[in-house]
Write a protein that binds this ligand. Structure first.
Ligand code: ADP
Ligand code: MG
Length: 728
């Protein structure tokens, strides 16, 4: 066995589980103890400062500088009491990871000692040296620097000895360089539009928030094996590897018992998450071997997004402690399930009503139907933009492959709601008799309060209604969920505004409110019908059917990303003051650049491994065969020689064939990369990376995987799929 692989396996088998110190106290006693939450604020802030922060959270009001100083001082005392020595503005740049720049609290004092200092200015604003974060050209044309600004609606927290303050990240000219600023703006737009629609049904509603409950899927791999796979280390996925004789055929991993070492990791992760106020609730195995999932209770979307970003960081840290590596890549292994991050999304009023949950009365249910149908209409009208929000080089491997939704956006509603929508389509008319109206009202009142019916759950839909929320399943596991949330909030806000305008228009013509609502909803039901699909989203038939319906199916990420700059999306983002055309252009450029770089790195790693690891190994084995054939010739006469040597000669030829193909393809691939980089447009470069480079990589992989089956296992240098997937 290749030495690297042998040592890695030996190390793995010598591991002892790392025990976790689970506190005796109830989890509610330590939940959020590392966050500057309400309880901490009450203890460390004046009443005035506390209320000012609360108003900022609930009403979006500004915090005066004088109060900011007080908040900073209280926050610092709280952090220092917990051993913090540094503070950092914590933000989510468009690289997809989180960023932090640590500054020490201490300041040299005039008397020569040091004092701990942290004032309102430091809390409110900080200038990270941001020139190396992607800005899609925005920063280059204006200022070379951006700054971070405090988001009081998200809770500060301590990691290690650093106080982390959630912030937005903007250029000096005010353009968003991060995910949080447009997310906050999209939430404001949704709030406003949804409150207006709620006024038709309930005058008490003055605020609507989007709620998000994400489900994070991931793979674990032992650290030693990880280090023995340069492709995993450098790209997060395996670029080669023949499938294991057994992988997920038996469906025996899902909900199976969680293995011991993994369980310790999960406990540790949960413990630290709870301390940071992340309400992690469920954990289980996923379908593929060594694949797992964790999910919190849903929260207001801004907080939920921060918590997911924080959790992804935390997972990496805690995994290291347990000698694992977390693979957040959408498709670490070919041929087995990839990982997603289902985004469960709904809207919640200040009066405690979930706007996507049916209620007890016809009034409540008409409200429910309004939000449901408007969401379906928004998804229908902006499906390309929704797809653009979730595509990436990683997700490209997952969508449409093994147990993952295809690149066709459709909506699943379930049989009961489908029936109801069909009924409304047929029975609502321009002129209805009082009896007809009463009948419809009666039927709307009968929508069962609980639609959460497990027998009616379609797991193959990219966007499914699951009883009291929509579940956007096409989101990739490594994505920042802000990206799909920004788009979803924005398109639904845009749609709700149009709905309100149309209904008001009918009311102005003398049509009664409820009837006006029903008539507009009926229009939407008809207009958005083609996006509704109840069947198996993974089947070939659906691809055909979707084509007939005129639904788009774009599997290339560079192609799908173009939707960011369609007329339709510019209108949505600009009229709702979420992102300007310039910001959209910048975002598109960053996503394309990111795509190119990721595929470029993969292609280089594959080229290196092919030439430095695989070919030398294949040669070694081929020489063994050649020696053997020579020996046969010496020992046996011509008759026996033919029979005995032929199989070996065939293998020798096969190995030569694969080796020369690999060499040729690697040269081709490098040549193509050079050509691509001559192209002027970044969009063209990305498209060619998609069509040409990925194709080369697939072919190279094919030959390597064939060699893996021929070459002696003893000398194969890289841990194989069976080892990566089944050991822990
Ligand atoms: P499943 O695996 O069956 O889809 P999970 O229990 O793993 O379900 O995850 C469901 C997620 O949906 C949880 O995070 C849950 O908190 C979230 N959720 C439930 N209700 C809402 C809601 N109204 N808004 C947003 N998310 C919700
Ligand atoms: Mg789910």
């Amino acid at each position: 066995m290749g030495k690297l692989r042998f040592d890695a396996l030996a190390e793995l088998f010598s591991r002892t589980p790392i025990e976790v110190d689970v506190p005796k106290a109830k989890s509610s006693d330590y939940f959020g103890e590392n966050t500057f939450n309400k309880k901490a604020m009450q203890a460390y802030l004046s009443e005035e400062a506390y209320h000012s922060v609360m108003d900022a959270i609930h009403k979006g009001s500004k915090i005066e500088r004088r109060i900011a100083n007080q908040v900073a001082s209280g926050m610092k005392s709280w952090a220092v009491d917990r051993g913090a020595t540094h503070y950092s503005h914590w933000f989510q740049p468009l690289t997809g990871a989180t960023a932090e720049k640590h500054d020490a609290f201490f300041d040299p004092s005039e008397s020569g000692g040091v004092i701990e200092k942290f004032d309102g200015n430091m809390l409110v604003q900080q200038e990270p040296d941001a020139s190396s974060f992607p800005s899609g050209g925005i920063r280059n044309t204006f200022e070379a620097r951006g700054y971070t600004a405090w988001d009081p609606s998200s809770t500060p927290f301590i990691i290690g000895n650093t106080l982390c303050i959630p912030t937005i990240f903007i250029s000096y000219t005010g353009e968003a360089l991060d995910y949080k600023l447009p997310l906050l703006k999209s939430l404001t737009a949704l709030d406003k539009a949804a409150v207006e629609v709620c006024q038709y049904f309930d005058k008490e509603v003055s605020k609507v928030v989007a709620t998000l409950g994400w489900e994070q899927e991931y793979f674990l791999v032992d650290e030693a094996l990880f280090h023995a796979r340069p492709d995993l280390m450098l790209t997060g996925r395996t670029l080669m590897g023949h499938s294991s004789a057994k992988d997920q055929q038996m469906d025996d991993h899902y909900f199976g018992s969680i293995p011991g070492r993994v369980m310790n990791f999960m406990r540790d992760l949960e413990l630290e998450s709870l301390r940071l106020g992340i309400p992690i609730k469920t954990r289980h195995n996923e379908v593929a071997p060594n694949q797992f999932e964790c999910a919190p209770v849903f929260e207001e979307a801004n907080i939920a997004v921060d918590h997911n970003a924080l959790l992804m960081d935390l997972m990496q840290k805690i995994a290291r402690k347990h000698k694992f590596r977390v693979l957040l890549h959408e498709k670490p292994y070919k041929g087995v399930n990839g990982s997603g991050k289902h985004n469960n999304w709904s809207m919640l009023t200040n009066t405690g009503t979930n706007l996507l949950a049916p209620g007890k009365t016809p009034r409540k249910n008409l409200q429910f139907l309004s939000f449901l149908i408007n969401t379906v209409k928004a998804v229908h009208d902006h499906s390309d933009l929704l797809r653009a929000s979730i595509v990436s080089h990683g997700n490209e491997h997952r969508l449409g492959a093994h147990e993952a939704p295809p690149s066709i956006i459709s909506v699943f509603l379930g049989s009961q709601l489908t029936q109801l929508l069909d009924d409304l389509e047929n029975r609502v008319k321009m002129k209805m008799t009082p009896d007809e109206k009463a009948d419809i009202k009666l039927d709307i009142g009968k929508i069962p309060e609980i639609l959460l019916d497990n027998t009616d759950r379609n797991r193959t839909s990219p966007f499914a209604f699951t009883g009291n929320r929509f579940e956007f399943r096409a989101v990739g596991s490594s994505a920042n969920p802000a990206s799909p949330m920004i788009v979803l909030n924005s398109v639904v806000a845009h749609q709700l505004k149009a709905f309100k305008a149309s209904v008001d228009g009918l009311i102005a013509k003398g049509i009664k409110k409820d009837e006006a609502i029903l008539q507009i909803l009926r229009e939407y039901i008809i207009e958005s019908k083609k996006i509704r699909f109840e069947g198996n989203g993974y089947s070939e038939n659906w691809v055909e059917e979707a084509k007939k319906r005129g639904l788009s199916n774009v599997s290339s990420a560079p192609e799908a990303l173009k939707a960011f700059l369609s007329k339709n999306s510019i209108e949505v983002f600009e009229t709702n003051h979420i992102l300007s055309k310039r910001e959209l252009e910048a975002r598109l450029e960053i996503r394309l650049e990111n795509y190119i770089k990721s595929v470029q790195i993969e292609s280089r790693v594959l080229g290196d491994l092919a030439i430095n690891h695989i070919i030398p190994t294949a040669l070694k084995y081929q020489n063994v065969l050649i020696d053997n054939v020579k020996g046969i010739k010496e020992l046996f006469g011509a008759e026996d020689y033919d029979e005995l040597a032929t199989p070996h000669l065939q293998s020798i030829k096969k190995i030569s064939g694969h080796m020369s193909m690999i060499r040729k393809l690697v040269v081709d691939m490098v040549q193509k990369r050079k050509e691509i980089h001559q192209l002027g447009s970044i969009q063209d470069q990305a498209s060619r990376y998609h069509s040409d480079i990925k194709h080369c990589m697939e072919q190279i992989r094919y030959h390597i995987d064939k060699l893996e089956l021929i070459v002696d296992d003893e000398i194969w240098p890289l841990p194989k799929y069976r080892e990566l997937l089944f050991t822990r």
